[in-house]
Design a protein around this ligand. Structure first.
Ligand SMILES: [Mg+2]
Length: 380
Protein backbone atom coordinates (compact mmCIF):
# COMPACT_ATOMS: atom_id res chain seq x y z
CA UNK A 1 0.00 0.00 0.00
CA UNK A 2 1.41 3.36 -1.11
CA UNK A 3 0.09 6.93 -0.96
CA UNK A 4 -1.05 8.09 -4.40
CA UNK A 5 -3.15 11.21 -3.68
CA UNK A 6 -3.68 13.70 -0.89
CA UNK A 7 -7.03 15.46 -1.04
CA UNK A 8 -8.04 18.45 1.07
CA UNK A 9 -11.72 19.15 1.71
CA UNK A 10 -12.42 22.55 3.28
CA UNK A 11 -15.83 22.28 4.90
CA UNK A 12 -17.77 24.40 7.35
CA UNK A 13 -21.08 25.83 8.50
CA UNK A 14 -22.54 28.74 10.42
CA UNK A 15 -24.12 27.67 13.71
CA UNK A 16 -27.58 29.19 14.00
CA UNK A 17 -27.96 30.63 16.52
CA UNK A 18 -24.28 31.34 17.16
CA UNK A 19 -22.85 29.33 20.05
CA UNK A 20 -20.78 31.09 22.66
CA UNK A 21 -18.25 30.53 25.37
CA UNK A 22 -16.71 32.96 27.83
CA UNK A 23 -14.11 34.08 25.29
CA UNK A 24 -15.95 34.29 21.98
CA UNK A 25 -19.17 33.83 20.01
CA UNK A 26 -18.68 31.10 17.39
CA UNK A 27 -20.42 32.26 14.19
CA UNK A 28 -18.58 30.03 11.75
CA UNK A 29 -16.97 26.59 12.15
CA UNK A 30 -14.47 25.60 9.46
CA UNK A 31 -12.47 22.40 9.15
CA UNK A 32 -9.97 20.79 6.84
CA UNK A 33 -10.77 17.13 6.27
CA UNK A 34 -7.72 15.40 4.84
CA UNK A 35 -8.26 12.33 2.69
CA UNK A 36 -5.17 10.28 1.86
CA UNK A 37 -5.74 7.86 -1.01
CA UNK A 38 -3.62 4.78 -1.78
CA UNK A 39 -2.92 2.50 -4.74
CA UNK A 40 -5.18 -0.14 -3.13
CA UNK A 41 -8.17 2.23 -3.28
CA UNK A 42 -8.27 2.47 0.52
CA UNK A 43 -8.54 5.96 1.98
CA UNK A 44 -7.64 7.34 5.39
CA UNK A 45 -9.04 10.45 7.06
CA UNK A 46 -7.54 13.23 9.17
CA UNK A 47 -8.84 16.56 10.43
CA UNK A 48 -7.73 20.09 11.30
CA UNK A 49 -10.21 22.08 13.36
CA UNK A 50 -8.25 25.08 14.56
CA UNK A 51 -6.29 26.59 11.63
CA UNK A 52 -7.46 24.70 8.54
CA UNK A 53 -6.18 27.12 5.88
CA UNK A 54 -2.69 27.50 7.34
CA UNK A 55 -2.35 23.75 7.86
CA UNK A 56 -3.54 23.11 4.29
CA UNK A 57 -0.87 25.43 2.90
CA UNK A 58 1.83 23.49 4.74
CA UNK A 59 0.46 20.14 3.63
CA UNK A 60 0.28 21.19 -0.02
CA UNK A 61 3.67 22.89 -0.24
CA UNK A 62 5.85 21.03 2.23
CA UNK A 63 4.48 17.64 3.28
CA UNK A 64 2.71 16.23 0.24
CA UNK A 65 6.01 15.72 -1.62
CA UNK A 66 7.36 13.79 1.39
CA UNK A 67 4.30 11.52 1.51
CA UNK A 68 3.47 10.62 -2.09
CA UNK A 69 4.69 7.11 -2.93
CA UNK A 70 5.28 6.22 0.75
CA UNK A 71 3.69 3.25 2.56
CA UNK A 72 1.34 4.40 5.38
CA UNK A 73 2.78 1.68 7.61
CA UNK A 74 5.89 3.85 7.89
CA UNK A 75 3.78 6.42 9.82
CA UNK A 76 6.29 6.81 12.65
CA UNK A 77 9.25 7.39 10.35
CA UNK A 78 7.14 9.82 8.32
CA UNK A 79 6.12 11.67 11.52
CA UNK A 80 9.79 12.10 12.47
CA UNK A 81 10.64 13.20 8.94
CA UNK A 82 7.85 15.80 8.92
CA UNK A 83 8.71 17.06 12.43
CA UNK A 84 12.38 17.38 11.45
CA UNK A 85 11.29 19.50 8.47
CA UNK A 86 9.26 21.93 10.57
CA UNK A 87 12.10 24.28 11.30
CA UNK A 88 11.62 26.33 14.44
CA UNK A 89 8.00 26.15 15.56
CA UNK A 90 6.77 22.66 16.45
CA UNK A 91 3.40 23.92 17.67
CA UNK A 92 0.47 25.68 16.02
CA UNK A 93 -0.69 25.11 12.44
CA UNK A 94 2.46 23.17 11.48
CA UNK A 95 1.79 20.52 14.12
CA UNK A 96 -1.91 20.56 13.14
CA UNK A 97 -0.86 19.70 9.57
CA UNK A 98 1.25 16.79 10.87
CA UNK A 99 -1.66 15.76 13.12
CA UNK A 100 -4.11 15.41 10.23
CA UNK A 101 -1.55 13.49 8.16
CA UNK A 102 -0.69 11.12 11.02
CA UNK A 103 -4.39 10.47 11.68
CA UNK A 104 -4.94 9.51 8.03
CA UNK A 105 -1.72 7.45 7.79
CA UNK A 106 -2.54 5.46 10.95
CA UNK A 107 -6.09 4.91 9.70
CA UNK A 108 -4.58 3.47 6.48
CA UNK A 109 -1.84 1.46 8.22
CA UNK A 110 -4.45 -0.23 10.40
CA UNK A 111 -6.68 -0.89 7.37
CA UNK A 112 -3.66 -2.41 5.63
CA UNK A 113 -3.30 -4.79 8.59
CA UNK A 114 -7.05 -5.44 8.62
CA UNK A 115 -7.39 -4.29 12.27
CA UNK A 116 -8.51 -1.21 14.20
CA UNK A 117 -6.16 1.64 15.02
CA UNK A 118 -6.48 0.71 18.71
CA UNK A 119 -5.46 -2.88 17.90
CA UNK A 120 -2.50 -1.61 15.87
CA UNK A 121 -1.38 0.57 18.79
CA UNK A 122 -1.30 -2.31 21.25
CA UNK A 123 -4.92 -3.34 21.71
CA UNK A 124 -7.87 -1.71 23.42
CA UNK A 125 -8.64 -2.01 27.13
CA UNK A 126 -12.40 -1.57 26.70
CA UNK A 127 -15.19 -1.98 24.15
CA UNK A 128 -17.27 0.98 25.32
CA UNK A 129 -16.34 4.37 26.73
CA UNK A 130 -18.36 6.81 28.84
CA UNK A 131 -19.49 9.88 26.88
CA UNK A 132 -20.21 13.36 28.16
CA UNK A 133 -22.29 16.05 26.51
CA UNK A 134 -20.19 19.11 25.66
CA UNK A 135 -22.59 22.02 26.20
CA UNK A 136 -24.88 23.90 26.56
CA UNK A 137 -23.30 27.04 25.13
CA UNK A 138 -23.61 30.70 26.09
CA UNK A 139 -26.28 32.57 24.11
CA UNK A 140 -25.96 36.07 22.71
CA UNK A 141 -28.73 37.48 24.87
CA UNK A 142 -29.18 39.39 28.14
CA UNK A 143 -29.83 36.04 29.85
CA UNK A 144 -26.96 33.99 28.33
CA UNK A 145 -27.68 30.78 30.27
CA UNK A 146 -31.49 30.94 30.45
CA UNK A 147 -31.86 28.07 27.91
CA UNK A 148 -29.54 25.72 29.86
CA UNK A 149 -32.27 23.88 31.80
CA UNK A 150 -34.13 22.89 28.60
CA UNK A 151 -30.90 21.75 26.89
CA UNK A 152 -29.86 19.70 29.91
CA UNK A 153 -33.28 18.03 29.92
CA UNK A 154 -32.83 17.14 26.24
CA UNK A 155 -29.35 15.64 26.95
CA UNK A 156 -30.61 13.56 29.85
CA UNK A 157 -33.38 12.23 27.62
CA UNK A 158 -30.73 11.31 25.00
CA UNK A 159 -28.89 9.18 27.59
CA UNK A 160 -26.03 11.46 28.68
CA UNK A 161 -25.00 11.01 32.30
CA UNK A 162 -22.40 13.79 32.33
CA UNK A 163 -22.43 17.30 30.90
CA UNK A 164 -20.02 20.20 30.48
CA UNK A 165 -21.78 23.57 30.20
CA UNK A 166 -19.86 26.66 29.15
CA UNK A 167 -19.33 29.04 32.08
CA UNK A 168 -17.19 32.09 32.77
CA UNK A 169 -19.89 34.78 32.55
CA UNK A 170 -18.86 35.88 36.05
CA UNK A 171 -17.90 34.06 39.29
CA UNK A 172 -21.23 34.55 41.06
CA UNK A 173 -23.25 33.82 37.89
CA UNK A 174 -21.20 30.63 37.42
CA UNK A 175 -22.02 29.54 40.96
CA UNK A 176 -25.75 30.22 40.52
CA UNK A 177 -25.89 28.48 37.11
CA UNK A 178 -24.17 25.33 38.41
CA UNK A 179 -26.24 25.23 41.62
CA UNK A 180 -29.45 25.24 39.63
CA UNK A 181 -28.08 22.64 37.17
CA UNK A 182 -27.05 20.37 40.07
CA UNK A 183 -30.59 20.68 41.51
CA UNK A 184 -31.99 19.77 38.11
CA UNK A 185 -29.83 16.70 37.38
CA UNK A 186 -29.55 15.29 40.92
CA UNK A 187 -26.41 13.95 42.64
CA UNK A 188 -25.47 11.16 40.21
CA UNK A 189 -24.92 13.00 36.94
CA UNK A 190 -21.38 14.22 36.27
CA UNK A 191 -21.00 17.98 35.84
CA UNK A 192 -17.94 19.91 34.74
CA UNK A 193 -17.45 23.40 33.29
CA UNK A 194 -15.43 24.91 30.48
CA UNK A 195 -14.16 28.47 31.00
CA UNK A 196 -12.44 28.50 27.54
CA UNK A 197 -9.34 30.40 28.71
CA UNK A 198 -11.33 33.49 29.68
CA UNK A 199 -10.58 34.25 33.34
CA UNK A 200 -7.75 35.94 35.18
CA UNK A 201 -6.24 33.77 37.91
CA UNK A 202 -8.18 35.67 40.61
CA UNK A 203 -11.50 35.41 38.79
CA UNK A 204 -10.93 31.69 38.11
CA UNK A 205 -10.33 31.04 41.80
CA UNK A 206 -13.38 33.11 42.79
CA UNK A 207 -15.54 31.26 40.26
CA UNK A 208 -14.29 27.86 41.46
CA UNK A 209 -15.24 28.77 45.03
CA UNK A 210 -18.75 29.82 43.99
CA UNK A 211 -19.14 26.51 42.12
CA UNK A 212 -17.58 24.26 44.76
CA UNK A 213 -20.85 23.12 46.37
CA UNK A 214 -22.00 21.81 42.96
CA UNK A 215 -19.31 19.09 43.12
CA UNK A 216 -17.81 19.48 39.65
CA UNK A 217 -15.54 16.80 38.20
CA UNK A 218 -13.30 19.44 36.65
CA UNK A 219 -12.88 23.08 35.66
CA UNK A 220 -11.53 23.30 32.12
CA UNK A 221 -9.17 25.92 30.69
CA UNK A 222 -9.70 28.44 33.51
CA UNK A 223 -6.92 30.73 32.18
CA UNK A 224 -4.84 31.17 29.01
CA UNK A 225 -3.10 27.98 27.87
CA UNK A 226 0.39 29.54 27.86
CA UNK A 227 0.02 30.71 31.47
CA UNK A 228 1.45 27.69 33.26
CA UNK A 229 2.16 29.62 36.50
CA UNK A 230 -1.45 30.87 36.39
CA UNK A 231 -2.76 27.32 35.97
CA UNK A 232 -0.57 26.18 38.86
CA UNK A 233 -1.86 29.01 41.07
CA UNK A 234 -5.49 28.09 40.29
CA UNK A 235 -4.80 24.38 40.85
CA UNK A 236 -3.16 25.08 44.22
CA UNK A 237 -6.00 27.34 45.41
CA UNK A 238 -9.09 25.23 44.62
CA UNK A 239 -10.33 21.77 45.52
CA UNK A 240 -11.81 20.93 42.08
CA UNK A 241 -9.59 19.27 39.45
CA UNK A 242 -8.17 21.62 36.82
CA UNK A 243 -8.29 20.29 33.24
CA UNK A 244 -6.71 21.60 30.04
CA UNK A 245 -4.46 20.85 27.12
CA UNK A 246 -6.68 21.03 24.02
CA UNK A 247 -4.52 23.93 22.80
CA UNK A 248 -1.16 22.25 23.54
CA UNK A 249 0.60 20.78 20.53
CA UNK A 250 3.50 18.72 21.83
CA UNK A 251 4.63 16.31 24.52
CA UNK A 252 7.08 19.02 25.60
CA UNK A 253 4.22 21.43 26.30
CA UNK A 254 2.49 18.78 28.44
CA UNK A 255 5.79 18.03 30.22
CA UNK A 256 6.02 21.69 31.32
CA UNK A 257 2.43 21.58 32.61
CA UNK A 258 3.03 18.35 34.52
CA UNK A 259 6.31 19.42 36.09
CA UNK A 260 4.56 22.58 37.31
CA UNK A 261 1.68 20.59 38.85
CA UNK A 262 -0.63 22.83 36.81
CA UNK A 263 -3.34 20.36 35.67
CA UNK A 264 -4.77 17.16 37.05
CA UNK A 265 -6.69 16.10 33.92
CA UNK A 266 -5.07 16.30 30.45
CA UNK A 267 -7.11 16.90 27.29
CA UNK A 268 -4.92 16.52 24.19
CA UNK A 269 -6.76 16.83 20.86
CA UNK A 270 -5.65 14.39 18.14
CA UNK A 271 -5.97 17.14 15.50
CA UNK A 272 -3.61 19.45 17.42
CA UNK A 273 -1.11 17.31 19.34
CA UNK A 274 0.47 15.34 16.48
CA UNK A 275 -2.19 12.75 15.65
CA UNK A 276 -2.02 9.28 17.19
CA UNK A 277 1.78 9.38 17.25
CA UNK A 278 1.85 12.62 19.26
CA UNK A 279 -1.07 11.52 21.43
CA UNK A 280 0.62 8.27 22.49
CA UNK A 281 3.71 10.20 23.65
CA UNK A 282 1.49 12.42 25.80
CA UNK A 283 -0.36 9.36 27.10
CA UNK A 284 2.96 7.83 28.20
CA UNK A 285 3.86 11.07 29.96
CA UNK A 286 0.47 11.20 31.69
CA UNK A 287 0.93 7.60 32.84
CA UNK A 288 4.28 8.51 34.38
CA UNK A 289 2.51 11.25 36.40
CA UNK A 290 -0.51 8.98 37.01
CA UNK A 291 -2.95 11.51 35.58
CA UNK A 292 -6.07 10.75 33.50
CA UNK A 293 -6.48 11.81 29.88
CA UNK A 294 -9.79 12.86 28.35
CA UNK A 295 -9.45 13.12 24.56
CA UNK A 296 -10.65 16.57 23.48
CA UNK A 297 -13.05 16.55 20.52
CA UNK A 298 -14.92 19.50 19.07
CA UNK A 299 -15.21 18.92 15.37
CA UNK A 300 -16.37 16.40 12.79
CA UNK A 301 -17.06 12.67 12.77
CA UNK A 302 -13.41 12.13 11.72
CA UNK A 303 -11.97 13.34 15.03
CA UNK A 304 -14.82 11.70 16.95
CA UNK A 305 -14.07 8.25 15.49
CA UNK A 306 -10.34 8.73 16.10
CA UNK A 307 -10.94 9.79 19.72
CA UNK A 308 -12.86 6.56 20.34
CA UNK A 309 -9.80 4.60 19.20
CA UNK A 310 -7.44 6.34 21.64
CA UNK A 311 -10.05 6.19 24.41
CA UNK A 312 -9.85 2.40 24.05
CA UNK A 313 -6.14 2.55 24.91
CA UNK A 314 -6.11 4.77 28.03
CA UNK A 315 -5.81 3.19 31.50
CA UNK A 316 -8.91 3.46 33.70
CA UNK A 317 -8.82 5.98 36.57
CA UNK A 318 -11.47 6.73 39.18
CA UNK A 319 -12.09 10.45 39.15
CA UNK A 320 -15.18 10.60 41.36
CA UNK A 321 -17.71 10.71 38.51
CA UNK A 322 -20.48 8.30 37.48
CA UNK A 323 -17.97 6.03 35.66
CA UNK A 324 -14.19 5.55 35.62
CA UNK A 325 -12.19 7.81 33.32
CA UNK A 326 -11.56 8.23 30.42
CA UNK A 327 -14.65 10.01 29.09
CA UNK A 328 -15.10 11.07 25.47
CA UNK A 329 -16.48 14.52 24.66
CA UNK A 330 -19.52 14.80 22.36
CA UNK A 331 -20.52 18.22 20.98
CA UNK A 332 -24.26 18.59 21.73
CA UNK A 333 -24.75 21.68 19.56
CA UNK A 334 -26.28 21.32 16.10
CA UNK A 335 -23.24 20.05 14.14
CA UNK A 336 -23.98 18.47 10.74
CA UNK A 337 -20.34 17.42 10.28
CA UNK A 338 -20.48 15.33 13.45
CA UNK A 339 -23.76 13.83 12.25
CA UNK A 340 -22.40 12.73 8.84
CA UNK A 341 -23.13 9.10 9.73
CA UNK A 342 -26.22 9.82 11.79
CA UNK A 343 -26.58 11.54 15.14
CA UNK A 344 -24.03 10.47 17.77
CA UNK A 345 -26.07 9.19 20.72
CA UNK A 346 -24.93 7.34 23.85
CA UNK A 347 -26.26 3.94 24.90
CA UNK A 348 -28.75 3.81 27.79
CA UNK A 349 -25.84 3.54 30.25
CA UNK A 350 -24.19 6.73 28.92
CA UNK A 351 -21.48 4.92 26.93
CA UNK A 352 -20.48 4.86 23.27
CA UNK A 353 -19.41 1.65 21.51
CA UNK A 354 -15.80 1.69 20.26
CA UNK A 355 -15.68 0.28 16.72
CA UNK A 356 -13.46 -2.78 16.29
CA UNK A 357 -13.25 -2.50 12.52
CA UNK A 358 -10.31 -1.85 10.19
CA UNK A 359 -8.91 1.66 10.74
CA UNK A 360 -11.28 3.83 12.76
CA UNK A 361 -14.37 2.10 11.37
CA UNK A 362 -15.30 5.28 9.51
CA UNK A 363 -16.72 4.72 6.05
CA UNK A 364 -16.85 8.27 4.72
CA UNK A 365 -17.37 9.14 1.07
CA UNK A 366 -16.20 12.64 0.11
CA UNK A 367 -19.49 13.20 -1.74
CA UNK A 368 -21.19 13.35 1.65
CA UNK A 369 -19.25 16.58 2.32
CA UNK A 370 -20.80 18.39 -0.67
CA UNK A 371 -23.39 20.51 1.21
CA UNK A 372 -20.65 21.96 3.46
CA UNK A 373 -17.79 22.19 0.97
CA UNK A 374 -16.07 25.56 0.59
CA UNK A 375 -13.04 24.50 -1.44
CA UNK A 376 -11.03 21.42 -2.28
CA UNK A 377 -7.63 20.52 -3.72
CA UNK A 378 -5.58 17.48 -4.58
CA UNK A 379 -1.84 16.69 -4.60
CA UNK A 380 -0.73 13.74 -6.68
MG1 LIG B 1 -12.62 23.05 26.11
Amino acid sequence: MKVTEIRGHHVGFAPSPAIGNARTMIRRRDFLLLEIVTDTGKRGWGEVFSSPDAAAALIRTRYAPLLLGQPPRRYRALWEHMAANLGYDRRGPAMMAISAIDMALCDLAAQDLGISVAAMLGGGLRERVFAYGSGPFIAETDAPCAHYAAEVERCLAQGYRAMKPRAGVGPRADGNMLASMRRQVGPDVGLMVDINQAYSVRAAIASARHMEASELLWIEEPVEPEDIPGYAAVAAAISTAVAGGEALASAAAFRDVLVAGAMSILQPDLTVCGGYTGFMRIAALAAAFDLPIMPHVFGTIVNHQAALQVAALLPARRGGGPASYPYVEVDISSNPLLALQGDVRPNADGTLDIPDLPGTGLDLDAERLEPWRRESWVCR
